[in-house]
Design a protein around this ligand. Structure first.
Ligand code: BV8
Length: 250
């Protein structure tokens, strides 16, 4: 494995434009279950791909709201782990680093990464069904109903998490930026994603078509492993600090 760590470090150390694509696996060591693991306890009988949809919310707004409040509490108790911190450190060491994350937990920003594209929104931010956005739980304080109603004068539409649900389009500008940066990078580091969810899972193929070198960090093989030049098999929280240590202060 050390030889693969050395290979990954050599590629990263010479990256002119590095894009780091992350998924739920990078937050696993912060105590946040990945999307495909059985949901914990109360939610074991629910399919996240049914709950994380507008249809699911309209059919059962309280169930979906409570599921997100459950996940928000996990996120609020979570801290960035050594994997997030190593990614933030890479931004300091290398000339041009951007994180593109599928996660909605905000942990990259908390770890100190400054260039982060959140493809699927952020579980700490809310909007109403009529589009009044940038709401936080503080704006909704005092409302007993689940989900709460929009606090904008005269609105009263149901409030939902500001995340991209299955069947919803990603923010056009964010996706365009992510696709352009994936096409322009000379190295892509893919951490902790099964590579199943589209269109995020197409970004590595943009990098690959542009002849970027591709490194994957994942204890398992993923849908993207075939295009990885180096696959580091293990947890991000252990492997990314080892790669960073080899890069050192070059
Ligand atoms: C859209 C926010 C246009 C909500 C999320 C083309 C083909 C097939 C299907 C589609 C397609 N285009 C669109 C679709 C439909 C759908 C889709 O992709 N379905 C999948 C299931 C096939 N996509 C959409 O609907 C997207 N919208 O394309 O709009 C459109 C409109 C209508 C109809 C068609 C198209 C919107 C997708 C966004 C959904 N929202 N999140 C919320 O979080 O509640 S996605 C959600 O699931 C997460 O954000 C994340 O992105 C995804 C889970 O994936 P991963 O992050 O990879 O996590 P996963 O659990 O799968 O894997 C974890 C990995 O970590 C594993 O590999 C594991 O081995 C590894 N790991 C574990 N521990 C560690 C580790 N790695 C490192 N270290 C460790 N310690």
């Amino acid at each position: 494995m050390q030889n693969l760590v050395q290979q990954a470090a050599d590629i990263l150390a010479h990256a002119r434009r590095l894009v780091i694509l992350t998924g739920a696996g990078i937050s696993k060591e912060s105590g946040i279950p990945t999307f495909r693991e059985a949901q914990q306890g109360l939610w074991a009988q629910h399919d996240p791909q049914r709950l994380a949809t507008l249809q699911g919310f309209l059919a059962n707004p309280t169930l979906v709201w409570d599921w997100y409040q459950f996940r928000l509490r996990l996120v609020e108790q979570a801290q960035p782990n050594a994997g997030h911190r190593a990614i933030a450190a890479l931004e300091q060491r290398l000339p041009d680093v951007e994180v593109i994350t599928q996660n909605v937990d905000g942990l990259h920003g908390q770890a100190g990464s400054r260039r982060v594209l959140e493809l699927h929104g952020n579980i700490r931010r809310f909007k109403c069904l009529r589009g009044h956005g940038n709401l936080t739980m503080a704006d909704l304080a005092g409302q007993a109903s689940a989900p709460p109603l929009c606090p904008h004068p005269g609105c009263k539409a149901k409030v939902r998490p500001d995340v991209v649900w299955f069947g919803e389009n990603l923010d056009y500008r964010v996706l365009q930026q992510a696709a352009a940066d994936s096409e322009a990078c000379d190295v892509m580091l893919i951490v902790g994603t099964s590579g199943v969810v589209q269109p995020a899972a197409s970004l590595p193929y943009q990098a690959w078509k542009s002849r970027a070198r591709i490194i994957e960090v994942n204890p398992e093989k993923s849908e993207l492993s075939d295009i990885a030049h180096v696959h580091l098999s293990g947890p991000a929280g252990e492997l990314l600090p080892r790669v960073l240590a080899v890069i050192g202060d070059r």
